[in-house]
Design a protein around this ligand. Structure first.
Ligand code: SAH
Length: 374
């Protein structure tokens, strides 16, 4: 589904972001792809239709079909929420396009030259308006991605309508949403099903480490005697507190460095019954793998030392480069060093509205391991 620049023989005269026919070495057409003149991923397949040697003729109607299919799939797999990922790039055969729904606001992210073209943008906005009828559509821009794709700078803002904040609900828990603030498109929707899973086992004193806007903490609160959330980002904790108030929950939010805090808490003999670890991606590239695994192990080791018998450890990694087997091995090694026994309850991944393509391994990135500790 992807072709790297190093494997492309000739790109002479191909305009950035254009549709191209992809052929095998013998010249047999394989389908249509979106071309990027600057990314290492030069080609992202968008259709396997090979009836003619020309690229797909009516791209807007292909886009409309793909968007309708993506939304129909969500109707089947998304429950108990008005927030989910409607379009997940390659996972929905729309490489370079991400669309998240937060109740009545849609949030769009454009990641490639192909998806940035005016005609594509117009088609996407009109199809989303037709199918999802949002109050507004906003765009979140990652300046680094635009630079990598040699796209002119753009600022995040409203594309249609004027609403920029709302509330949304998942698994019965309410959240505040500020469309033009925060990380990613706002919340970490990929953890939605994991929040509900973890809520089944959580109990006692709970610690949500790297809590961001409190996704896990707010789901733990109804089941635990007290909950503390830790994050280094004050703005994230402010949104978390607004959401806690929406749900009439009291949660203690601590702004600080999770590594230092876990070290202090472990050495002052604090004890917990439930600990969630959901750090940012430690391995951004393959080269970071060893140091990432050391980072994960240090965190998990400290958490294991603080968990009471029958405690619940929820350990996550959103680094694609850390495979599930490598992550489980790291956990096993942390348990050995901590002289604790970990029993797996659930080995989970990303929510189903973030579909995985088996042949594009990069589409599977999230690990969420729930275990009991003795
Ligand atoms: N669990 C969250 C998502 C966590 S994303 C959810 O379900 O919504 C990772 C978070 O780690 C971010 O909010 C970031 O601000 C925070 N972070 C990064 N480095 C940190 C550090 N050293 N100490 C504490 N928090 C940190």
């Amino acid at each position: 589904m992807w072709v790297y620049r190093s494997d492309v023989t000739s790109t002479d005269g191909v305009p950035p972001g254009s549709l191209v026919t992809v052929c095998d070495q013998r010249g047999k057409p394989l389908g249509t792809a979106l071309y990027s003149s600057s990314s290492q991923i030069a080609i992202r397949m968008i259709s396997r239709e090979t009836a003619s040697r020309e690229p797909v003729a009516d791209f807007p109607s292909l886009l409309r079909q793909r968007i309708a299919d993506a939304l129909a799939y969500r109707e089947k797999v998304v429950r108990d929420t008005d927030a989910c990922r409607l379009i997940f790039s390659e996972g929905d055969f729309l490489p370079g396009l991400i669309v998240d729904r937060y109740n009545d606001i849609l949030c769009v992210q454009v990641l490639t030259q192909g998806m940035d073209a005016d005609l594509v943008r117009e088609t996407v906005i009109s199809a989303l308006t037709e199918h999802a009828q949002p109050a507004s559509i906003v765009e979140r821009v990652d300046p680094r991605i635009r630079e990598l794709e040699s796209l002119a700078p753009r600022t995040s803002g409203v594309l249609q309508g004027d609403k920029t904040s709302t509330t949304f609900t998942m698994n019965g828990v309410h959240f505040r949403y500020e469309a033009l603030e925060g990380q990613k498109s706002g919340a970490f929707l990929d953890q939605r099903e994991n929040y509900a899973a973890v809520a089944q086992y959580a109990h006692g004193n709970a610690l949500d480490v790297f809590c961001y806007q409190g996704g896990f903490a707010l789901h733990l609160a109804p089941h635990c005697s007290n909950v503390t959330g830790v994050d280094s980002s004050r703005p994230a904790l402010e949104v978390a507190e607004q959401s806690a108030a929406l749900n009439q929950r009291e949660i203690e939010w601590i702004e600080g460095n999770a590594f230092d805090l876990l070290k202090d808490y472990a050495s002052s003999n604090r004890r917990y019954d439930t600990i969630v670890l959901d750090p940012p991606a430690f391995a951004k590239t393959k080269r970071d793998l060893d140091s990432a695994l050391r980072g994960y192990k240090e965190l998990n080791l400290r958490a294991l030392k603080m968990l009471r018998p029958r405690g619940i450890l929820v350990s996550c990694s959103c680094s694609y480069h850390v495979s599930q087997p490598a992550f489980l091995e790291m956990l096993a090694s942390a348990a050995l060093d901590a002289h604790r026994t970990l029993r797996l309850v659930e080995v989970r991944g990303q929510a189903r509205d973030h579909p995985i393509l088996l042949n594009v391994p990069e589409t599977a990135y999230l690990k969420c391991v729930i275990s009991t500790v003795s």
